[in-house]
Design a binder for this molecule. Sequence first.
Ligand code: ZN
Length: 309
Amino acid sequence: MISTDRVARPRHLEPGRVLDADTSRCPFCPGNESHTPPSLLTVNGPDGWRVRAFPNRFPAVGIEGELDARARGPYDVVGGVGAHEVIVETRDHVRPPWHDPRQQALALLAARDRMRDLARDSRFQAILWFRNHGPEAGASLGHPHAQVVALPIVPPRLAHITKRFRRHHQAHGRELMKDVLDFERADRRRVLFDDVQTTTFLAYAPRFAFETWIVPNAPAASFLEATDAMIDEVATAMCRVIVAFDRVLAEPPHNALIVTAPAGSGPGFRWHITLMPRMAAFAGFELLSGASLTGTAPEEAARLMRTKL
Ligand SMILES: [Zn+2]
């Protein structure tokens, strides 16, 4: 994807710093609301807003315009129509939402509601939620925030996941994620904890060391259908995992992702959350091979994490 609008976005963070100290310039802090576009959603509390969502000022894709899919020489090209929103996950510049499960739940509920709203637009095939924390994870501002992007296509990695889920279901009549859960629960070595509605475990084949998944125990294709109770539980699990990252890895940058079914995904898809500390960059091996080299086995990562939960 090429997005020239994003070149102009402000950079408050320097490598190695997860937080910009000068809150007076922070567009996401209370009092600076006029520095952002008007809110699409506001969650209020006794002291003012607690979560805000608004259009990204430097969007990767724009809400106006035509899809205009066409071939140009050897390339398939599609217009950059879509939506790109920011969710400020807390009014507190310094205290991240993963130190407060209730606040994290409010931010995820707001995310679900924005994603539901965008899914009503029939142009959009895939809705992405992600959080970049720290410059090495792609954040340009330190104030805790997540992003929602709606795309007019199913992007390649999501298409690949969808195909894997669908083929496994066609071949075996079972969800791939059910078989993964059965295997992980029997093996135990990568499981961090079992909750009422979800299981949290280290990825068997991680892209980055300490990559952790939160997976619903029952079939559920779309995060957009998640109940408030499910989101409460997921928020608590997410907080426990990231606090354990902080304790084991000394507050690393991280990415958090919600993988939810795109349009037309068919049977076998189960939504899940991926949490990845970013201690290493993608290097030549990863860029060329599409595979990852990591320095810590997931079983060892799980052992270290369990001591800090
Ligand atoms: Zn701030």
